[in-house]
Design a protein around this ligand. Structure first.
Ligand code: PSU
Ligand code: MN
Length: 307
């Protein structure tokens, strides 16, 4: 595992010392994934959802070059509202720290830091993955390779439908990242309940996910992530027709505006939020809150096993 120089929030440090359940949360969804001013309110709601289910939230991010596990409210506010907050993947962390940057950690960076801090469960909205046209652009999120070597359970609603979902699942298989559906055998497509692909495994309870994590440790496997795919109920998803229309339009604009690299995901999400007049935002928030709740229940179940 990579060594990071970490600063811990007071509450998180104490919870980890006492081996109480802790859930890691990312900050890129706050700074780049959700529009202002809703982002700060939602960031606080996500933390509250973790608390309501009996765990301590540890939102991870970089403040003035410090890699913080468990941002306090002032730090969270700073990453949600300041100008010039950089999107940080794993490769960016050292340079950002050395230059004293403010930065928000992606799924990749948050997973790596959380695992280094000894946190085993992480909640997010949707993973990064293989972009459409990746065969030409090579655009594949570092979330995938990082999860191949990082021992953490990530609760998400699959990968965003803006990606090539099938190719992403193939890459996860190649990379040895386990994927289980939570009460489903279909891989969710973030805004939509069913992303169009089958899963080999389905689990029914936080306890059975905690059991899988324990079995992995017993097998001596200390690398590689476990993706827990938690779909929205179909009556809460974004209207699939609206979704398809918005996506087609967003992809065309991406091309027109020549957006590439790490700007692609924030660009498409912002397009969804404005083009659907907030409908996709409401769905996005529901997804994150549900994932925070499930992640906390998994962390609680894992802590009970360890007692
Ligand atoms: N999913 C969301 N909102 C987001 C992201 C994912 O619903 O903001 C962010 C996550 O931080 C994820 C990143 O790690 O986008 C993936 O970006 P890229 O494709 O550039 O690796
Ligand atoms: Mn990319």
């Amino acid at each position: 595992m990579t060594d990071f120089h970490l600063r811990y929030g007071t509450e998180v440090a104490q919870a980890l010392r006492e081996q109480r359940p802790v859930v890691a949360l990312e900050s890129t969804i706050v700074s780049h994934g959700l529009p202002r001013p809703d982002n700060l309110r939602v960031a606080r709601q996500i933390e509250q959802a973790v608390r309501d289910a009996g765990a301590v939230p540890a939102t991870i991010g970089m403040v003035a070059g410090d890699l913080v596990v468990g941002l306090d409210d002032a730090e969270l506010t700073r990453l949600a509202t300041a100008d010039g907050v950089t999107k940080l993947s794993v490769r960016d962390l050292a340079v950002a720290a050395a230059t004293g940057a403010d930065g928000a950690t992606t799924v990749a960076a948050t997973s790596a830091v959380a695992a280094a801090a000894g946190i085993g469960v992480f909640a997010t909205g949707g993973l990064g993955g293989v972009h459409r046209e990746a065969a030409q652009t090579f655009d594949e999120s570092a979330d995938l390779v990082t999860l191949a070597r990082t021992p953490i359970a990530v609760v998400c609603a699959g990968v965003k439908s803006i990606l090539d979902v099938g190719a992403t699942l193939e890459r996860l298989e190649t990379l040895g990242v386990a994927v289980v559906g939570y009460r489903t055998r279909r891989f969710p497509g973030f805004f939509i309940t069913d992303g169009g692909f089958d899963l080999d495994w389905s689990v029914d309870s936080p306890e059975s996910i905690a059991a899988a994590l324990a079995a992995r440790a017993q097998h001596g496997v200390h690398h590689g992530g476990l993706i827990v795919a938690n779909p929205l109920p179909s009556d809460e998803q974004l209207d699939p027709e609206l979704h398809d229309r918005t996506l087609a339009e967003g992809l065309a604009r991406l091309d027109r505006d020549r957006v590439s690299g790490k700007a692609v995901t924030p660009y498409l999400l912002a397009h969804f939020h404005s083009a659907t007049e907030g409908a996709s935002l409401a769905v996005n928030v529901r997804i994150i809150l549900r994932n925070a709740d499930l992640a906390a229940r998994i962390a609680v179940a894992a802590a009970r096993r360890a007692d």
